[in-house]
Design a protein around this ligand. Structure first.
Ligand SMILES: [Zn+2]
Length: 129
């Protein structure tokens, strides 16, 4: 199941990435951009139509918090040690890169291309900012 706010995979009812929680209480005064719609068949229950409440204001929905530029530099200079994998939170892959010198150079080169073309994903499977 994916988070309806940022698209990251949900763990249970909570999103580790943006803090979204299913059944999050509606707080009217947090953002003026929030649009709520009251369904007639569910009296008292508000359905969030747009911009649900964010606990982490720095989160951009659908995009990683990690920088593409930083990841690219880390990959070019430290890709053989998995530096860019550690940076985006993929520690397991980072360790693999560390011991195989970036999958014998192939993963290293491919990741440089992926990051440069914006196709590299972080631990939440979100594209880098
Ligand atoms: Zn989320």
């Amino acid at each position: 199941m994916k988070c309806p706010v940022c698209g990251a995979p949900l763990k249970g009812k909570r999103c580790d990435y943006c803090g979204y929680e299913d059944r999050m209480p509606v707080e009217k005064d947090i953002s003026l951009n929030q649009i709520y719609c009251q369904k007639e068949e569910l009296p008292g229950q508000h359905v969030i139509m747009d911009n649900p409440v964010f606990k982490s204001p720095e989160v951009v929905p659908g995009v990683s918090r990690k920088s593409k530029t930083v990841a690219l530099l880390l990959c070019i200079f430290g890709g053989g040690l998995g530096a860019h994998k550690f940076y985006v939170g993929k520690a397991g892959m980072g360790i693999l890169y560390l011991f195989t010198l970036g999958l014998f150079g192939f993963g290293w080169i491919i990741d440089i291309i992926l990051i440069a073309t914006g196709m590299f994903k972080d631990e939440f499977d979100l594209p880098l900012l």
